[in-house]
Each structure stands twice: as structure tokens, then as C-alpha cells.
Design a binder for this molecule. Structure first.
Ligand code: PEP
Length: 244
């Protein structure tokens, strides 16, 4: 089933998150043409989770810590995320890789703990501009996936989702070329992950005007949306792409 993930990043506090969740409940098409996942900031997670109860919308978290509890000041336990009602968690978003030096086996540990808590991990991968321009996009994505999935048995990863998000396309207004996206996601599916039923999303400046270009790609089953998910109307256009 197609998956539409709204990443609100650190843009909305509790009240505004709740307001946007309400607007989306009112404006998204019924029945939903796929799974829709809202990822508010951690402080709004519980409230938005309560609001989504009884609706077809799902809750996701933008990040988790790789331990369940203890002296880890400021971190977000997977058990708290689960308690808030989340079903999904993003792992290794490029902003976490860049600003918080996340990567490598830390992400494998996050994926492991997410799965233990029944949270479906959305593993984000993607090359930066320099890597793209010097033909190092493929080895970079290969490295990110190999590191994050080290030590897993195939059966453990049935709930894994991969989001291909070229860093240079995130928040810039310059989305990737659909043909390049297809090449990369085919590579991810066939060469790197090779899991039956794996869902791969595209992320990077997706809007109502370009969503069709990505959803029509044979190996894409959804999108991860940042900026355009902060506007209920625009995000509804994205979710409702087939009717636009
Ligand atoms: C993102 O947050 O992962 C993202 C793709 O953002 P934007 O849609 O704003 O490029």
C-alpha cells in the first residue's frame, strides 16, 4: 500500500501540531488512497496520537534512542513513542546524519530497538550533492544501507521501509529527476536490500505539482514530505495525487 509520510521536523509546537492534525483529518480524502503517517515533534506526539485515535491516520516519530530507559537525558525512548500510539519511526534522516553525526551501526541499533517495540522503521538514505556530482551516489547509498542493516536476518526486516532522499533535494525546492530516482530505488531493491514487499519512498521537495512524477515510478510506493506537509491543502493534494 502506498505510504505518505509527513515530516513536520521542528516546525510546530503542540498547539499548532494539533491544529494541523485536525485540518488534515478534515481535508484528507475518504477513504484514504494509502497509509498516511504524521510525524510531529516529540513534544506533540502524545497529543497528536490522541487526536488520531479512531481515524485512519497513523502516527510516526522523527527519531528514537536505541535504549528503552535510563540515564539518557533528553532522549526519546521507543517505549514512550509506542505508548503515544506511533506505528512508524524515522531512522537516519539526513538532518540527523548531518547535525548529530548519526550513521553506521548506531542506526542498526535504532532499527533493532524500533522493531522490538513494534515500530516500523523508515530508514532514510541519500547522497549529498558532491557525491552525486562525482558519481559516488551509488556507493554512498550502498554504504548507508549496508551499515544500517548489518546483522539482521531477512525475516526480522519485513516491516522495514526505506526512504531514498538525496540530501541536495531536501528542502531546496529542487527535486531529483524521476529517472535518476527510479535507477537508485531499483538498485536499492534489487542489489542492496532484496526483501520481498519492501516499500521504498522518495523524499526531496515533493509537492502537489510533482508528486505524480514520482508515484508513477515502478519502484516507488510513496513519499516522505517535509515542507509541503506543513500545509493541509498541499499535503492533501499530494495524498490525493491520482485525482489531481
Ligand atoms: C524531508 O524532510 O525529508 C524532506 C524531504 O523535506 P522536503 O519535502 O521539504 O524536501
Amino acid at each position: 500500500m502506498n505510504l505518505f509520510v509527513a515530516n513536520w521536523k521542528m516546525n510546530l509546537g503542540g498547539r499548532k501540531s494539533l491544529q494541523l492534525a485536525e485540518e488534515l483529518i478534515d481535508s484528507l480524502p475518504e477513504p484514504l488512497p494509502g497509509e498516511v503517517v504524521l510525524c510531529p515533534p516529540a513534544t506533540a506526539l502524545f497529543m497528536v496520537g490522541e487526536k488520531l485515535k479512531g481515524t485512519p491516520l497513523q502516527l510516526g516519530c522523527q527519531n528514537i534512542y536505541h535504549e528503552e530507559k535510563g540515564a539518557y537525558t533528553g532522549e526519546i525512548s521507543p517505549s514512550f513513542v509506542k505508548e503515544a500510539g506511533a506505528l512508524y519511526v524515522m531512522v537516519g534522516h539526513s538532518e540527523r546524519r548531518h547535525y548529530f553525526q548519526e550513521g553506521g551501526q548506531l542506526l542498526a541499533r535504532k532499527i533493532k530497538v524500533a522493531l522490538q517495540w513494534g515500530l516500523q522503521p523508515i530508514l532514510c538514505v541519500g547522497e549529498n550533492l558532491e557525491e552525486r556530482e562525482t558519481n559516488r551516489a551509488w556507493p554512498r547509498v550502498k554504504e548507508q544501507i549496508t551499515e544500517a542493516l548489518v546483522g539482521f536476518e531477512e525475516g526480522e526486516l519485513k516491516d522495514l521501509v526505506v526512504a531514498y532522499e538525496p540530501v541536495w533535494a531536501i528542502g531546496t525546492g529542487h527535486s531529483a529527476q524521476p529517472a535518476d530516482v527510479q535507477e537508485m530505488v531499483y538498485f536499492i531493491r534489487e542489489e542492496l536490500v532484496n526483501l520481498r514487499g519492501l516499500r521504498i519512498l522518495y523524499g526531496g521537495s515533493v509537492k502537489g505539482d510533482n508528486i505524480k512524477d514520482f508515484m508513477e515510478l515502478p519502484d516507488i510506493e510513496g513519499v516522505l514530505v517535509g515542507g509541503a506537509s506543513l500545509d493541509a491543502r498541499e499535503f492533501s493534494r499530494i495524498v490525493n495525487w491520482e485525482k489531481n
